[in-house]
Design a protein around this ligand. Structure first.
Ligand code: TYD
Length: 388
């Protein structure tokens, strides 16, 4: 087995740590590595989880209409399975779990600000990280679960083997694990290197998940492609081959496709890395060519924090970043310290907006027709650097 770093994004701050002027920051070296045995792509160095997920955690799912709709839809699918007990790993602000009665649903959420929200709403909510000790406690109190659901959370857990073992121990024989995370295939296709940041301990391919799940007697039954978070996969896995959820042909299709796209070969990732180095040069030269114009950032995403820091884009290029999330407003972009202000309509003197929230491109372009009509333009680096 060999693990090779294929991309180094340099010195980076904690991406979701939007700071006030003068506040101290923690920096680390951000790199991504490929394991040729498990085919898993992971960060070269994991950041202490207590530094990432805490009582001031900024990202709130319910801030986005798209995500609220998304969780309602998957909740409707799950209701058809008629579960009597459901547990969510990483419940955030309850955007998913609030679709179920507190009598049926248990939350696990290490960020106290969110976990307390669920408690207040009458849910059993563990303000804890997902691990074997926690599962033993839940098992002895509530027994096994019919559905274990996790959205954008399994990829956050460095100890992925332990977390899948914990799932296996808590899942009913006829239960279903349903989880969704950003797709490695989409990241490679879109050149969206900003999916690589401190919270994303791994970027999963189906090839790697298949191996990891099989090691814990879990079998993938079905896979769905999702448009959220810049292209994700939703995996349905079960313990028991006789589970009512039968294996459908999506599984083999995904596996064949990923093999065709070389997601089991180091060379694919080295080529990706070369593309990213070019993306950095292209973005800086584009910004240089319009340096005399007024440019803002649109969406203080964690992803954009990676881009700003990797490309060393500061307030010499970007006047300020607008964002709808109250907890990010009047703070600074980590590392490069561009001010974040409350989103209001894009001001008349602004010529360009760098699309930090490129994963909401459609929603944003629709909303900003006035800006576009008066000649305003968006800039993106996905799938390549360009003015939209
Ligand atoms: P998200 O896409 O979840 O990014 P990440 O996972 O990289 O942090 O976050 C979207 C951010 O963009 C969030 O802070 C809200 C902001 N946003 C706006 O300010 N305006 C918008 O119209 C949209 C869609 C998002």
């Amino acid at each position: 087995m060999s693990i090779t770093e294929f991309l180094n994004l340099g010195r980076q701050p904690i991406a979701n740590n939007f700071i006030k002027n003068g506040e101290k920051e923690l920096f680390f070296n951000l790199g991504a590595s490929f394991n040729d045995e498990t085919n898993l792509v992971s960060l070269s160095n994991f950041v202490d989880k207590n530094k990432l997920f805490h009582d001031q955690y900024a990202y709130s799912s319910s801030m986005s209409i798209t995500m609220k709709k998304h969780f309602k839809q998957i909740a409707e699918i799950i209701k058809k399975f008629n579960p009597s007990k459901i547990l969510e790993i990483g419940s955030n602000d309850g955007a998913f779990l609030f679709n179920f009665s507190p009598k049926k649903a248990i939350a696990v959420e290490p960020c106290g600000n969110f976990s307390n929200l669920l408690k207040k709403a009458g849910y059993i909510s563990y303000t804890r990280f997902w691990d074997l000790n926690l599962v033993n406690e839940i098992l002895s109190k509530y027994g096994k679960m019919d559905i274990i659901y996790a959205a954008n959370c399994m990829c956050h857990i460095p100890e992925i083997e332990e977390s899948l073992l914990a799932v296996k121990n808590l899942l009913n024989d006829n239960g279903i694990l349903i989880f969704e995370d950003p797709s490695l295939e989409e990241m490679i296709k879109r050149g969206s290197y900003d999916q690589i940041y401190d919270e994303h301990a791994h970027i999963f391919s189906i090839l790697s998940l298949n191996k990891l799940l099989n090691n814990n007697n879990l079998e993938i039954r079905k896979i769905e492609k999702l448009s959220v978070h810049g292209g994700s996969n939703r995996i349905y896995a079960t313990l028991n081959k006789n589970n009512f959820l039968k294996k459908d042909n999506s599984v083999d299709k995904f596996i064949k496709n990923e093999e065709l796209n070389g997601l089991n070969k180091l060379n694919t990732f080295i080529e990706f890395s070369n593309k990213i180095k070019k993306s950095k040069i292209d973005l800086i030269s584009l910004l240089d060519s319009i340096k005399d114009k007024n440019i803002i950032g649109y969406g203080a995403t964690s992803k954009s924090v990676v881009v700003y820091n990797y490309c060393k884009i500061k307030d010499n290029y970007i006047n300020y970043v607008v964002d709808t999330t109250p907890s990010k407003q009047n703070k600074l972009i980590p590392g490069v310290h561009i001010p974040i202000i409350k989103y209001t309509k894009i001001k008349n003197n602004i010529n360009y907006a760098f699309l930090g929230a490129w994963n909401y491109e459609k929603e944003i372009l629709k909303k900003e027709q006035d800006f576009i009509k008066r000649g305003g333009r968006f800039i993106t680096h996905v799938p390549y650097v360009r003015i939209i």
